[in-house]
Design a protein around this ligand. Sequence first.
Ligand code: ZN
Length: 138
Amino acid sequence: MKSYREVLEMNIDKRRQLVNITPRVEQALQKSGIREGLCLVNAMNITASVFINDDESGLHSDYEKWLEKLAPEKPYNQYAHNGYEDNADAHLKRTIMGREVVVAVTNGKLDFGTWEQIFYGEFDGKRTKRALIKIIGE
Ligand code: ZN
Protein backbone atom coordinates (compact mmCIF):
# COMPACT_ATOMS: atom_id res chain seq x y z
CA MET A 1 0.00 0.00 0.00
CA LYS A 2 1.20 3.50 -0.84
CA SER A 3 0.55 6.57 1.26
CA TYR A 4 0.92 10.26 0.49
CA ARG A 5 0.75 13.31 2.78
CA GLU A 6 0.56 16.99 1.88
CA VAL A 7 -0.23 20.08 3.93
CA LEU A 8 -2.03 22.98 2.25
CA GLU A 9 -1.37 26.43 3.66
CA MET A 10 -4.42 28.67 3.76
CA ASN A 11 -4.07 32.45 3.89
CA ILE A 12 -7.51 34.02 4.19
CA ASP A 13 -7.59 37.78 4.81
CA LYS A 14 -11.27 37.84 5.87
CA ARG A 15 -12.66 36.44 9.13
CA ARG A 16 -14.97 34.05 7.27
CA GLN A 17 -14.65 32.60 3.78
CA LEU A 18 -15.34 29.38 1.90
CA VAL A 19 -12.64 28.25 -0.54
CA ASN A 20 -13.05 25.50 -3.13
CA ILE A 21 -9.89 23.41 -2.64
CA THR A 22 -10.91 20.62 -5.06
CA PRO A 23 -8.20 21.54 -7.66
CA ARG A 24 -5.50 21.43 -4.95
CA VAL A 25 -6.70 18.03 -3.73
CA GLU A 26 -6.78 16.74 -7.34
CA GLN A 27 -3.17 17.94 -7.79
CA ALA A 28 -2.14 16.09 -4.62
CA LEU A 29 -3.85 12.94 -5.91
CA GLN A 30 -1.94 13.22 -9.21
CA LYS A 31 1.36 13.62 -7.31
CA SER A 32 0.57 10.60 -5.12
CA GLY A 33 0.30 8.26 -8.11
CA ILE A 34 -2.44 6.39 -6.23
CA ARG A 35 -5.20 4.97 -8.49
CA GLU A 36 -7.43 3.11 -6.01
CA GLY A 37 -7.87 4.06 -2.37
CA LEU A 38 -9.12 6.76 -0.02
CA CYS A 39 -8.39 10.47 0.26
CA LEU A 40 -8.83 12.22 3.61
CA VAL A 41 -8.81 16.02 3.86
CA ASN A 42 -9.03 17.68 7.27
CA ALA A 43 -8.66 21.14 8.73
CA MET A 44 -5.65 21.38 11.05
CA ASN A 45 -7.18 24.18 13.10
CA ILE A 46 -10.17 24.05 15.44
CA THR A 47 -11.80 27.18 14.00
CA ALA A 48 -11.90 25.94 10.37
CA SER A 49 -13.76 23.16 8.55
CA VAL A 50 -13.42 20.94 5.53
CA PHE A 51 -16.72 19.83 4.02
CA ILE A 52 -18.27 18.76 0.72
CA ASN A 53 -21.08 20.58 -1.02
CA ASP A 54 -22.09 22.56 -4.10
CA ASP A 55 -19.97 25.44 -5.46
CA GLU A 56 -22.96 27.79 -5.77
CA SER A 57 -22.81 31.37 -4.51
CA GLY A 58 -26.43 31.48 -3.26
CA LEU A 59 -25.80 28.42 -1.11
CA HIS A 60 -22.59 29.97 0.24
CA SER A 61 -24.48 33.09 1.25
CA ASP A 62 -27.13 30.85 2.88
CA TYR A 63 -24.38 29.14 4.91
CA GLU A 64 -23.17 32.52 6.16
CA LYS A 65 -26.68 33.56 7.26
CA TRP A 66 -27.49 30.17 8.80
CA LEU A 67 -24.24 29.94 10.74
CA GLU A 68 -24.66 33.52 12.00
CA LYS A 69 -28.14 32.62 13.30
CA LEU A 70 -26.83 29.52 15.10
CA ALA A 71 -23.61 31.05 16.45
CA PRO A 72 -23.49 34.82 15.87
CA GLU A 73 -20.01 36.36 15.98
CA LYS A 74 -21.18 39.33 18.09
CA PRO A 75 -21.64 40.34 20.83
CA TYR A 76 -18.37 38.72 21.86
CA ASN A 77 -19.31 38.73 25.54
CA GLN A 78 -22.18 36.27 24.99
CA TYR A 79 -19.65 33.40 25.03
CA ALA A 80 -17.77 31.99 28.03
CA HIS A 81 -14.84 31.08 25.71
CA ASN A 82 -14.25 34.72 24.78
CA GLY A 83 -12.02 36.89 26.89
CA TYR A 84 -8.44 36.38 25.84
CA GLU A 85 -9.85 35.36 22.41
CA ASP A 86 -12.94 36.49 20.46
CA ASN A 87 -13.48 33.35 18.39
CA ALA A 88 -16.03 31.24 20.27
CA ASP A 89 -18.43 31.57 17.32
CA ALA A 90 -15.74 30.18 15.00
CA HIS A 91 -15.25 27.07 17.19
CA LEU A 92 -19.03 26.45 17.14
CA LYS A 93 -19.30 27.02 13.37
CA ARG A 94 -16.45 24.56 12.83
CA THR A 95 -18.23 21.92 14.89
CA ILE A 96 -21.39 22.26 12.79
CA MET A 97 -19.58 22.26 9.44
CA GLY A 98 -17.26 19.38 10.33
CA ARG A 99 -13.56 18.66 10.58
CA GLU A 100 -12.85 16.38 7.59
CA VAL A 101 -14.02 14.58 4.50
CA VAL A 102 -13.09 11.24 2.98
CA VAL A 103 -13.45 10.74 -0.78
CA ALA A 104 -13.04 7.43 -2.60
CA VAL A 105 -10.27 7.32 -5.21
CA THR A 106 -11.27 5.32 -8.26
CA ASN A 107 -9.19 4.96 -11.41
CA GLY A 108 -6.91 7.83 -10.30
CA LYS A 109 -9.77 10.31 -9.77
CA LEU A 110 -11.78 11.65 -6.82
CA ASP A 111 -15.01 9.63 -7.03
CA PHE A 112 -17.53 12.43 -6.37
CA GLY A 113 -21.31 12.42 -6.41
CA THR A 114 -23.11 14.94 -8.59
CA TRP A 115 -21.96 18.55 -7.95
CA GLU A 116 -19.75 17.54 -5.04
CA GLN A 117 -16.77 19.81 -4.38
CA ILE A 118 -14.41 20.04 -1.40
CA PHE A 119 -14.42 23.28 0.57
CA TYR A 120 -12.19 24.76 3.21
CA GLY A 121 -14.39 26.85 5.52
CA GLU A 122 -12.55 29.57 7.42
CA PHE A 123 -14.36 31.04 10.44
CA ASP A 124 -11.53 32.93 12.15
CA GLY A 125 -9.16 34.01 9.40
CA LYS A 126 -6.53 36.75 8.98
CA ARG A 127 -3.74 34.31 9.84
CA THR A 128 -2.10 31.31 8.22
CA LYS A 129 -3.87 28.00 8.73
CA ARG A 130 -3.36 24.50 7.37
CA ALA A 131 -5.34 21.63 5.88
CA LEU A 132 -3.99 18.08 5.71
CA ILE A 133 -4.39 15.75 2.72
CA LYS A 134 -3.69 12.07 3.34
CA ILE A 135 -4.15 9.55 0.55
CA ILE A 136 -3.77 5.80 1.00
CA GLY A 137 -4.14 3.04 -1.55
CA GLU A 138 -2.32 1.56 -4.49
ZN1 ZN B 1 -10.68 30.01 20.71
